[in-house]
Design a binder for this molecule. Structure first.
Ligand code: NAG
Ligand code: NAG
Length: 502
């Protein structure tokens, strides 16, 4: 038994999986580990079957042995004390032998192994987390079920039962627009004659309810008609329809838009690159230049390529800030430490779906990156927070927020987060952009580059224009590293030229 335990622990250590990190959906990197875990379990299962075969063969040998060596017994044995003695002895030995062999079944050991493996396997919460990630992506990137299905690999098929499941999870999560979309998809499939293990009444009821909640009363009435088509005498449906009709008479008309229309809040529109608010005139005024950090000796011979991403407030991008090799190192150091990201100390929430870890400066690679941030920004790293590496999960995102600390934390940490230096450690195929909804800026995730912005005005006041968000990742594995640079002691180092409005 200890052998198994040891094997699992070794396997986990090799994969960099920690026992506390059994939530998978919030980190794509850790989802990748599941592929290896699944392979490993399958190999163990196969080995177990071979052991089971050997075991069955051993049982046959016992059976043959018992049949061949133990003579047939008749009642005459029992009447003679000596043979009775031998008879009893034989019975005891025979069944002890059989029991002993059966108890050597490898299944006991394998079940124990599976029990332990369960701790590392994903659970319902992961399934729910992945579904919510998908809904987030659908909502923000304006994807109907048919778009999602088209993007799936040819090897996987989405059944009508899956569509039903999606509807139910969305409905349960009070995401009525997405529930409506998936119900609509389900009915489309049912009309085409797809077989499914579904209860049409139940689905039509959900369709009516999710239409009504969104203000589409006519669609809700149509849904009750669907029920009555199948079952004319469904009283609940008659009453429901009556209620909707009364509502229709006494309330305003339904909104004219398609119930599947995407939400048009600026954050969503910006994630779709629809709302970049930089006029061509302003665009022309942005510069690209080589900087040596104001004569910093570390940059004299290899100046950093700096580009203005935004004019006011200024957002700067540093190209080729970090090499692929350095990125691999940071990921490696971070991987075993990744924990679900918190929004504020000890608070885990769906507004931030990622895993992150603070890295120690004692690691030379981490130290080098920090020194380079100091060189290119000219800001002191003495009071900065340790570098934080984050990996996003399925539909992983960070809703609009300010990078500011509470008053108490500000005291402990020597001032507030004056500036944010964000390093992009991967490209993202689709989605995942960094957006600033107040000013209308969308920044591309570009591997190797880094961006800098200020969260405080020169006066020390909060700059609300620094409100920003990480859009949901649609396709890809997003890795970033963040350095929060603190105000204390920087009053004279911050370059006035960074923002004219300071
Ligand atoms: C599904 O959506 C389409 C397009 O909006 C609409 O015509 C159809 O009636 C909907 N089906 C159901 C069952 O709601
Ligand atoms: C949503 O916003 C975009 C960009 O601001 C605009 O072009 C579009 O007309 C808006 N759509 C709706 C339905 O308001």
């Amino acid at each position: 038994m200890d052998g198994w335990r040891w094997l699992i622990l070794t396997f986990l250590a090799l994969q960099g999986i920690g026992f506390t990190n059994t939530e998978y959906y919030s980190s794509t990197e850790q989802m990748i580990d599941l592929i290896a875990l699944d392979k490993e379990l399958q190999i163990k299962f196969e080995l177990y079957i071979y052991k089971e075969l050997e075991h069955v063969q051993a049982l046959f040998r016992v059976l043959r042995h018992v049949k061949n060596t133990i003579p047939a017994i008749s009642e005459t044995f029992i009447s003679n004390p000596l043979t009775a003695y031998k008879f009893i002895e034989m019975l005891i030995n025979k069944w002890n032998l059989i029991e002993e062999h059966i108890s050597q079944s490898p299944s006991l050991e394998f079940i124990e192994y599976l029990d332990m493996a369960h701790e590392m396997l994903p659970d319902e919460e992961d399934l729910f987390g992945v579904a919510l990630g998908l809904f987030r992506v659908q909502e923000i990137y304006n994807l109907y079920p048919e778009d999602v299905i088209r993007k799936m690999s040819a090897a996987t098929q989405l059944s009508t039962d899956d569509a039903v499941l999606m509807s139910k999870v969305a409905y349960r999560n009070k995401n009525y627009k997405i529930a409506y979309m998936w119900l609509n998809e389900t009915f489309k499939r049912l009309e085409k004659g797809d077989a499914a293990e579904v209860e049409v009444f139940e689905l039509a009821r959900l369709l009516a309810s999710s239409s009504f909640i969104q203000g589409h009363v006519q669609l809700a009435i149509d849904a009750t008609k669907l029920i009555l088509e199948h079952d004319q005498h469904n009283e609940a449906a008659w009453f429901q329809q009556l209620e909707y009709r009364i509502h229709q008479i006494t309330h305003e008309a339904d909104p004219k838009v398609d119930p599947r229309e995407p939400s048009n809040q600026s954050y969503q529109a910006m994630c779709r690159w629809e709302a970049n608010r930089l006029s061509p005139q302003r665009q022309k005024m942005l510069f690209c230049r080589y900087s040596n950090g104001g004569g910093n000796p570390h940059l004299i011979y290899s100046p950093m390529k700096e580009e203005d991403e935004w004019d006011n407030p200024r957002i700067i991008r540093y190209h080729n800030f970090i090499t692929d090799k350095e990125i691999d190192h940071l990921k490696k150091v971070a991987k075993s430490k990744l924990q679900r990201s918190e929004t504020s100390p000890n608070i885990i929430s769906n507004i931030r779906v990622s895993k992150s870890a603070f890295l120690s400066e004692e690691d030379q690679g981490v130290y080098d990156v920090t020194r380079r941030i100091e060189d290119v920004t000219g800001l002191d790293m003495e009071t900065a927070e340790p570098l934080q590496v984050a990996n996003y999960g399925i539909g992983g995102h960070y809703s609009p927020h300010l990078d500011l600390l509470s008053k108490e934390e500000e005291e402990i940490r020597h001032g507030n987060r004056m500036a944010t230096f964000q390093i992009y450690m991967s490209d993202v195929e689709l989605g995942g952009a960094t957006v600033f909804p107040t000013i209308g800026a969308t920044l591309k995730i570009q591997k190797g580059s880094a961006v800098l912005w200020y969260n405080l005005l020169y006066s020390g006041e909060h700059d609300v224009r620094s409100l920003h968000a990480g859009c949901p990742v649609y396709l890809g594995n997003k890795w970033i590293a963040t350095k929060w640079i603190h105000g204390y002691g920087q009053e004279f180092r911050r370059r006035c030229s960074l923002s004219e409005l300071d």
